[in-house]
Write a protein that binds this ligand. Structure first.
Ligand code: ZN
Length: 290
């Protein structure tokens, strides 16, 4: 099954909901970054949230960045998504290894204490920026808290990444459900009851549930309308020309030194781990263009 996002409304328009299956894109992130199981789970959860939150924006040029800065061994996570189902991301320490906690990957332990920043660049003068303290470091709960306090939108965020024994991503996905101010008490009570009794996202996905079924389960007893679906994928828009800007930013002297050293310079894209190499001649050309 390919990755995709489902957008839905429920109980009139008093609830908006997003569901996603992201198994392939999280596996691609694992493969590109060689992440340990707990790092894959942490990155995968943030990628899943990012691709859904990106799809909440309107314009093709809008970008969303989720930035975790934390004291735990993983040190930090960066995820960037657009409004069209494209997402990319990386962790600072991909090799973090921790013993499981209650039989599960200890994502909260890998993150420790810290902050989550949400930056939305929608082409305005100043990008929107919100920041909250990590509550549990499990990411789903942290984003639930972020939505409630920073955006004043009561929400429920469920995210899950299930690893296989041979360290591949077996299942990944999640949901975001948000309530509008005009929601009826009866509907809100039903939703709260559903969320309270919800199995884990990984167990629902592992039981064969599609994102549509996931949302139907979260919104059980309510009238649900699926509005549309959107393919989701790991995508990085880096290129040799873009990475060249990194070299230019080092300044003339530094570039001259690299030429004098006579070694091929390699610059990695953080987001997708692609290596770009520049030989003497290319460096000379960059220098001439300055
Ligand atoms: Zn890249």
């Amino acid at each position: 099954m390919s990755d995709y996002i489902v957008r839905a409304m429920a109980a009139g328009a008093s609830i908006r909901a997003f569901g996603a299956v992201t198994t392939n894109l999280v596996e691609e992130a694992r493969r590109r970054h060689h992440t340990s199981p707990v790092a894959t789970a942490a990155l995968g959860r943030l990628l899943t949230a990012g691709v859904m939150m990106g799809s909440m924006m309107k314009n093709p040029t809008d970008t969303l960045t989720l930035l975790v800065k934390c004291s735990g061994e993983i040190e930090g996570i960066t995820v960037t998504a657009d409004s069209g189902g494209h997402v990319k991301g990386y962790v600072i320490n991909p090799h973090v290894l921790l013993p499981p906690k209650n039989g599960k990957l200890d994502v909260g332990g890998a993150l420790g204490a810290g902050f989550i920043h949400v930056i939305k660049d929608m082409g305005l003068k100043e990008p929107y920026s919100g920041q909250t303290i990590l509550q549990t470091g499990e990411i789903g709960e942290d984003l639930t808290y972020y939505f409630a306090t920073s955006e004043q939108v009561p929400s429920s965020v469920g995210l899950g990444v299930l690893m296989s024994k041979d360290n591949h991503v077996k299942q990944a996905g999640g949901f975001i459900v948000q309530v509008m101010p005009f929601i009826e008490d009866k509907v809100l009570n039903q939703l709260e009851e559903n969320v309270k009794n919800l199995p884990s996202v990984t167990s629902m996905l592992d039981g064969g549930m599609s994102p549509e079924k996931l949302l139907e389960r979260v919104l059980e007893g309510l009238e649900v309308t699926i509005t549309d679906t959107l393919p989701a994928s790991f995508y990085c828009d880096c290129s040799k020309e873009r990475i060249e800007k990194v070299i230019i930013s080092l300044g003339k002297e530094e570039i001259q030194e690299m030429i004098d050293d006579g070694e091929t310079v390699e610059v990695m894209c953080h987001f997708c781990n692609t290596a770009y190499r520049y030989d003497d001649e290319e460096l000379e050309n960059i220098l001439l263009s300055l």
